[in-house]
Design a protein around this ligand. Structure first.
Ligand code: CA
Length: 283
C-alpha cells in the first residue's frame, strides 16, 4: 500500500529519506509515502525539499484538511472549493472567510467543481449533479476573490454534458480561453471565450482520460486530474496526452489542482480527508 510513482528507485529514495530523517531534516510524514490525514501534517511553510540528486516530481508537503472539490490560489491566499462551500485561507492555511451559500438566489444547483483564480476573481463550475450522465444546469460561476460573493453565472448546458473543472488561459485564443473538463466525458476538453463565456470548440483527448476531476493551465499545456488512474497528466492544447506526471494510488478520490506557482498543488482525498498535496519538479 501507500504506493506512489517516485521518479527514482523507491529503495534508494527511502535510504535518502531515512538519512535525512535521522538528521532531523525531514518530516517523518514522507517516509512511508502516505499522507495520513489523521495526524499532524507538514504545512506549506514547512515543506521539506528532497536531497540533492533527486530527479522528477516529488511530493514536498501537504496542507491541513480543506474542502473536497477544488483548489486554486492567487499566489498568496489559498482558495478551497467544497460541494456547496467556498473558503479562503492565508498562505499558511489560517482561515480567512467562507461563503456557505454559493447558490444563493439560483434554484436547483447542488454541486461545485474545481475552479481557478484569475484577475481578482474565482471561476467555478456549478451544476445539478445526479450521477453521470444525469446532470442539469451546468454553469460557470464567477466569485469575487476578496469577498467570495458571487458576481455572475453563465449557463453552458448547450455545449457541455458535465462541468468538473475550469482553467483560465488568458493568452490563448483571440481574447483568452477557459478550458473545462467533464467527469462524464472522457474524450473532450471544452473551450470557451474568456470575456464572453461563449463556446469556442472542443479538443479531442488521445488517449482518453477517465473521470476527469480538475484542470489547470500553464505555459501552453494543460494539467488534468483523472480519477480512474488517480493521476495528474500533462496534455497538449491539441489534446495529446503527453505523460502521467504523478499518481496517488492510495487516494480515495483525486480532485482539483493548480499549477500557477512553483509546484502542482493537487487536492487529494485520503482516508476521507481532503488535503492539498504539493508536488514539485526537481532536476
Ligand atoms: Ca483549480
Amino acid at each position: 500500500m501507500h504506493g506512489r510513482n517516485w521518479s527514482i528507485e523507491g529503495s534508494n529514495l527511502k535510504v535518502v529519506l531515512l538519512f535525512l530523517s535521522a538528521l532531523g531534516i525531514l518530516s517523518p510524514i514522507l517516509l512511508d509515502g502516505c499522507a495520513d490525514s489523521s495526524r499532524t501534517l507538514p504545512w506549506y511553510s514547512e515543506c521539506a525539499l528532497p536531497a540533492e540528486g533527486v530527479d522528477g516530481w516529488v511530493e514536498i508537503c501537504v496542507s491541513p484538511p480543506v474542502d473536497e472539490e477544488g483548489y486554486t490560489t492567487d499566489g498568496v491566499s489559498n482558495f478551497t472549493i467544497g460541494t456547496r462551500r467556498l473558503r479562503k485561507w492565508d498562505k499558511d492555511y489560517r482561515f480567512i472567510l467562507e461563503n456557505n451559500d454559493p447558490f444563493d438566489g439560483i434554484t436547483g444547483m447542488n454541486h461545485m467543481g474545481d475552479g481557478a483564480y484569475f484577475s481578482g476573481k474565482l471561476y467555478v463550475p456549478i451544476e445539478t449533479w445526479n450521477q453521470c450522465p444525469n446532470v442539469e444546469n451546468q454553469s460557470f460561476a464567477v466569485f469575487d476573490a476578496n469577498t467570495l460573493k458571487r458576481l455572475e453565472v453563465h449557463n453552458v448546458v448547450a455545449f457541455q454534458n458535465e462541468v468538473s473543472g475550469m482553467a483560465i488561459a488568458p493568452n490563448e485564443g483571440p481574447h483568452g480561453l477557459i478550458y473545462s473538463t467533464s467527469f462524464c466525458d472522457n474524450e473532450h476538453i471544452y473551450m470557451y471565450d474568456l470575456p464572453t463565456f461563449a463556446p469556442v470548440g472542443s479538443i479531442e483527448l488521445s488517449p482518453r482520460l477517465s473521470s476527469m476531476q480538475g484542470v489547470a493551465y500553464r505555459s501552453g499545456k494543460l494539467y488534468i486530474s483523472a480519477g480512474v488512474a488517480k493521476a495528474v497528466f500533462q496534455v497538449s492544447l491539441t489534446g495529446k496526452v503527453l505523460g502521467k506526471l504523478y499518481s496517488d494510488l492510495d487516494a480515495l478520490e483525486v480532485e482539483g489542482l493548480d499549477f500557477s506557482q512553483d509546484e502542482i498543488r493537487w487536492l487529494v482525498i485520503t482516508n476521507g480527508v481532503p488535503n492539498v498535496h504539493y508536488i514539485r519538479y526537481f532536476q
